[in-house]
Design a protein around this ligand. Structure first.
Ligand code: SAM
Length: 283
């Protein structure tokens, strides 16, 4: 067990997880500015990119690179600085560090050293897209990027096919068409929202079905988040509706047990439950 009182020793070492804007530079909070001014060192994904942002904010601190290809060197270096009592902020190119961005190995290593890890509130593309999507926000899954290869991507989608809650994905514009084709094939034609260029001048939400969005997504540019409705079939289909569907299949020539099996797919009911109800309906 590890209990962290974040603000008990404000003089000591700490790792601050600092979100930066996903587009609109005004989304830098006072606390983010205060923290970046407070820390001794800023660890960032790309020192050139973050250097430019920090310059516009008039923040001049030593930067160290911490990205997915140098963690074996950067994590020990950062731990050494923390061990000397230094305060360190980690930022990524945009939004939250660790969210489809580097930082999780560092956070785990710092927690193991019993050094406070303190997160600040701020921008995140997934949450912006979710809350304006119009899809259910009660429960949701943040998935991040699907695999770039279609075979692996479809496997990932198959694993999510019955997931009943809203799902949020990140995708690159050059892959969006291929990804939505796979979504259509595996999930079927569900409700979907493509949120593009969030917080920027060309921000756009495209709300429709997978098929509708697929028809136009080839022309779309910029950064995008894809929000997809969960599988609502099992929740909304009653046993009565499933039995009706099975009986229709029988009328079309299918054997009763096979019809029960097909009709109960993606539902909360078993083939046998449906079959027993079909027998009752016939009496
Ligand atoms: N750490 C970031 C966050 O908290 O949102 C995500 C970084 S990830 C490497 C980059 C992906 O986030 C992009 O490919 C896109 O899917 C999404 N993204 C980032 N900024 C965005 C924006 N302004 N509008 C839409 N999507 C954005």
């Amino acid at each position: 067990m590890n209990r962290q009182k974040s603000f008990q020793n404000e003089q000591g070492a700490a790792l601050y997880l600092v979100p930066t804007p996903i587009g609109n530079r005004n989304e830098i909070s006072k606390r983010v500015l205060d923290t970046l001014n407070l820390v001794d060192v800023i660890a960032c994904e790309d020192t050139r990119n973050s250097g430019q942002l920090l310059k516009t904010l008039d923040i001049h601190k030593p930067l160290i690179a911490h990205h997915e290809y140098n963690t074996q060197q950067s994590i020990p270096g950062i731990l050494k600085l923390l061990d000397q009592g230094k305060k360190i902020a980690i930022i990524s190119d945009a939004g939250y560090p660790l969210i489809s961005d580097p930082g999780s190995g560092l956070v785990q290593a710092v927690i193991e050293q019993d050094i406070p890890v303190i997160s600040l509130s701020g921008p995140n593309a997934a949450l912006n897209a979710l809350v304006a999507s119009g899809l259910s926000t009660q429960h949701y899954l943040y998935y991040g990027f699907l695999d770039a290869k279609s075979t692996k991507r479809k496997k990932e989608l198959f694993a999510l096919k019955d997931f009943p809650y809203t799902m949020i994905f990140y995708e690159a514009p050059h892959r969006i068409e291929a990804t939505l084709s796979d979504v259509l094939e595996v999930f079927g034609n569900r409700k979907i929202v493509l949120a593009r260029e969030l917080t920027k001048i060309h921000e756009e939400y495209i709300r429709g079905t997978v098929q509708e969005v697929l028809e136009i997504c080839g022309e779309l540019k910029g950064e995008m988040v894809v929000v997809i409705e969960g599988n609502t079939t099992s929740e909304t289909q009653s046993l009565e509706e499933i039995v009706t569907k099975a009986l229709e299949l029988v009328q079309e020539g299918m054997k009763p047990k096979q019809a029960a099996g097909q009709a109960c797919q993606n539902s909360a009911y078993s083939k046998n439950e449906v079959y027993q109800e079909m027998l009752k309906a016939k009496q």
